[in-house]
Design a protein around this ligand. Sequence first.
Ligand code: EPZ
Length: 448
Amino acid sequence: MQSTMDLGTVSPTIEPMSPETNAPILRIIGKAPLSGHVPISGAKNSILALMAGTLLSSEGCRIRNVPNLADVKRMSDILETLGVKISRSGETLDLDTSNLTTNSAPYELVSKMRASFFALGSLLARLGSAKMPLPGGCAIGARPVELHVRGLQALGAFVQIEHGIVHAHAMSSNGRLQGARIYMDYPSVGATETLMMAATLAEGETIIENAALEPEVVDLADLCRAMGAKISGAGTNTIAIQGVDRLHFADFTAIPDRIEAATFMIAAAITRSTLSMSPVIPAHLTAAISKLQDIGVTVRIDSEDMITVIGGDRYRAVDIETLPYPGFPTDMQAQFMALLSICEGNGVVTETVFENRLQHVAELNRMGANIRLKNNVAVVTGVPQLSGAPVMATDLRASAALVIAGLAADGETTITGLHHLDRGYDRIEEKLRNVGANLYRTTANTAV
Ligand code: EPZ
């Protein structure tokens, strides 16, 4: 989806090739059958928004089910530069938000992770003013933020962008934002979250129309409500928020990660294995379950929080078009493409959400896949077998796709660019080894 207002779109930052020879790599010896149970961690894309939401209250917050992810560490670093004190005990974060020491987030941290931009809404609502660097583009796209900016302007904020920094302050004399009716040109997840957070402390009612429906938006609304916010309609395309004067402490548990779950579902399918996984929320996995069943994979819903995936002998290709929720999730596109590589027939994959999220095609083709790319459409012609090869991860979900392909490939696959993988998967090697996969992390110059 292209940006509709040029806010000086930041060109995607291309990750520099790692100069050191001791860069970590993942070695996978393919074709090991998998079996057993995989534990699913808390949802990265919810937790990052939840952490931004804690800024709305001075009474602090406890967030449970928080995995050890690079992106969570980055968000913690950003909140700590704002004055938040964070302590971790296992998978529980305790955030003391009583004393924010600045309203300005640091460029060097925000530029590394887009989700930190979502804190603009909560910071502005809490302090009445905020300075937030424009998030860097990334490998998958320019990632503009005009929907966030326009919505905050509708809420009565004066927003100016100078030298790549978004300066925002509430224009009303009492420093509070003013409720408004906001229509979003596109159901942006982050913009919905930014505006919903900002509106919780605004004066009066805010209606967000054409809002994103993603489960992570609902989870954030649930946290804000637990903190005393008045929000209705989250999970539909129209969200209503009645502003309140202040919010209070909440002890909150994040939802399980539907993207991680889908990643392991596809790992079971591509290795023709049987894996169960929990906790999951099956209703968040409808698109993935439906597509796997169309391909010829058996998916059994064992209980309200556990599913079992049973791989089959013959798979048929299907078409995939990524769309906002509840459409097929763009975050599952790369992983499914790895599976389509060994399905009989032609599968057409259309990426409509991001403009540059097909970089894994070249790497899968190095592993023997037969994928032809034209603009945002990839035609995947199934092959009987992938073959191991040295490949490079280009972004978070592309790295997951390469792991999946390596599990099924004949021979050894080595993956570099693991910093992408570590952004969104906690201990993925350990979780896979525990169900029989043959893979381990080493360094490029380690003789095997
Ligand atoms: C969230 O990103 C997720 N990240 C992404 O997950 C996910 O792919 C995406 O939603 C879509 O589901 C987090 O939640 C931290 P968007 P977000 O705003 O909010 C354009 C992963 O792999 N757009 O819904 O940034 C935008 O460029 C990550 O876990 C504008 O044009 O996504 C994109 O093309 C990747 N202007 C489309 O909308 C705006 O102001 C969807 O973006 C905002 C967005």
